[in-house]
Design a binder for this molecule. Structure first.
Ligand SMILES: N[C@@H](CCC(=O)N[C@@H](CS)C(=O)NCC(=O)O)C(=O)O
Length: 219
């Protein structure tokens, strides 16, 4: 499988992360997203008319859209990461895959604005990004109250992988992740998974802060 990849792209990182966690081999084809803008070239648009990365090529199959690529990579490794144990779990995974687009449109845009000088209404992006993080925090808190550590239940699924990168990169767009203890505990659980790989640039300093009150030893 060939992944058309940019090392600092959260949408590409989520594919690399899932491949690492599921033991799938990816051949990385670097795209000069910045500063080259290779994703906008005619040659790249032959591959993906939308001009976005990631793109996955597996033989004759070309897949665009990170949610679709995640689903394919997960399906290649068996049923576990798809989260198909129950209709409820399936629904939750689909919900969080869609939610990840909102993270991309808010936090992702704020980050591209601050780091790559891409035009954006930065205040609107940050407001929408904070609303997304609050939503994620409250969903994870609810899960913890039911004894679950992940977005769609007791074990990690595509839902978690789709949301983790943008949530963790929020500080790059001027959005603090400090007020969210449930998110912090969730990211620790994800980082502890066998095969987990980091993305360069994800901030880890907030993890050195004290345990959220009443949760020590629970993750
Ligand atoms: N909906 C797409 C969005 C991916 C996306 O926005 N990728 C960014 C890089 S992280 C991109 O290619 N943006 C196009 C651009 O900057 O022109 C997906 O989930 O794959």
């Amino acid at each position: 499988m060939i992944l058309y990849d940019y090392i600092l792209s959260p949408d590409c990182y989520k594919i690399r992360l899932l491949a690492a966690l599921t033991g799938q081999r990816l051949t990385l084809q670097a795209v000069d997203y910045h500063p080259g803008g290779e994703h906008r070239s005619a040659a790249f648009r032959m591959l993906n008319p939308a001009g976005t990365i990631p793109v996955l090529q597996d033989g004759a199959l070309i897949l665009t859209e990170s949610a679709a690529i995640l689903t394919y990579v997960a399906a290649m490794s068996g049923p576990d990461w798809l989260g198909e144990d129950s209709p409820q779990m399936r629904g939750q995974v689909a919900q969080w895959l869609a939610f990840a687009h909102r993270l991309s449109a808010s936090i992702g845009k704020a980050r591209s604005h601050d780091m790559l000088q891409q035009p954006a209404d930065i205040n609107a992006c940050r407001r929408a990004g904070v609303a997304c993080l609050q939503e994620l925090e409250s969903a994870l808190t609810e899960q913890r109250l039911m004894g679950f550590g992940y977005l769609a239940g007791a074990r990690p699924t595509l839902a978690d992988i789709a949301c983790f990168p943008h949530a963790m990169l929020a500080p790059d767009g001027g959005i603090s992740t400090d007020p969210y203890p449930a998110i912090r505990l969730w990211t620790r659980s994800l980082r502890a998974l066998p095969g987990f790989i980091e993305m360069p640039g994800i901030h880890r300093l907030h993890e050195l802060k004290p345990e959220p009150i009443g949760t020590a030893g629970q993750d």
